[in-house]
Ligand binder design. Sequence first.
Ligand code: NI
Length: 144
Amino acid sequence: MIYLTKKSEFSASHRLFNPTLTDDENFNIYGLCSNKNGHGHNYSLEVTVKGEPEPETGFVIDLKKLKTIIETEIIEKVDHKHLNYDVDFLRGIIPTVENLAAMFWKALLPKLSGCQLHKIKLNETGSSWIEYFGDEFEIKKYEL
Ligand code: NI
């Protein structure tokens, strides 16, 4: 089994808030990330796939193909966007890195063939990140 990782970057704004709570309650949970008009991050996204290399090509997956899938399904949709409002497949969710990674996973999974999605690593601040391996968890969708 070989693991292959493609790293991408995007910039986006977001606001972390739960619309069923007051601004004060949101500030207590999310701090500055609950700023009313949002704020920006430079995100780093690493997608890892795994598989056995095709004997004919020696590739787990053609890296150009993987890059195109990540660009089309994620980067083009989120780069320079407000994650709370501008991105259809994220609409109504609280855009924490945890929730974003799970939504990115759902977007990529049906597009990959010949290899398995193994991990999504998402870094928002530079000094901390999450790693997601596809386990299901509940994500609430709120009316905006
Ligand atoms: Ni933030």
